[in-house]
Design a protein around this ligand. Structure first.
Ligand SMILES: [Zn+2]
Length: 182
């Protein structure tokens, strides 16, 4: 009896996973992927948890291309939503946080596959380092734009905003400083 219950539970669990597409990418819609650092160098910081190697990144892009995803820019999202195009097509919205120098290598791979991405940059670290990792400098950012990439603001400093301060004005300044620098 116990075995039967365990078996039924197991089957139910597998059905649940299949129902909610845990094993595969959705057939239609907008998939959003968020990346940080893309290289195999360990920083011995929290960043390592958010890092993948450039080779894995390229494999993922190759797969997305093979599956027929088209990458979209931020300003296309409203049009896609308004016209319900997400019901017919497979879109990928690729984003990168913080502005690591190795993102330039990722951008070259993106270009190779005809994709683009938006890079959210924390402007206080341009040309410097964060979590033991080198950050994009101004020329790198210009190169990203030349490669057809978009740039967005990830605030000026890289802080957990609501832990930093509950003062709305402080938060506003950190955010607008990043935006105006870009
Ligand atoms: Zn971040």
């Amino acid at each position: 009896m116990l075995i039967l219950i365990i078996l039924l539970f197991g089957l139910g669990f597998i059905a649940f996973l299949l129902r909610y597409n845990f094993f595969r990418l959705p057939k239609k819609g907008i998939v959003v992927l968020l990346y940080h650092s893309v290289d195999n160098v360990k920083t011995q910081t929290n960043l390592d948890k958010f890092t993948i190697g450039l080779d894995s990144f390229e494999k993922q892009m190759r797969l997305l291309k093979k599956l027929g995803y088209q990458s979209i820019k931020a300003n296309q999202i409203q049009y896609i939503l308004d016209n319900q195009l997400y019901k017919k097509n497979k879109y990928i919205f690729l984003t990168f946080d913080d502005g690591y120098k190795n993102n330039l290598d990722a951008a070259k791979i993106l270009k190779k596959y005809g994709f683009s991405a938006i890079f959210f940059i924390s402007t206080a670290y341009i040309g410097k380092s964060l979590d033991n990792a080198a950050m994009l400098d101004e020329n790198d950012i210009k190169e990203l734009v030349r490669l057809g990439m978009e740039i967005g603001s990830h605030a000026h400093f890289h802080v957990k905003l609501f832990r930093k301060s509950s003062n709305y004005l402080d938060l506003y300044l950190i955010l607008t400083r990043g935006r105006s620098r870009i």
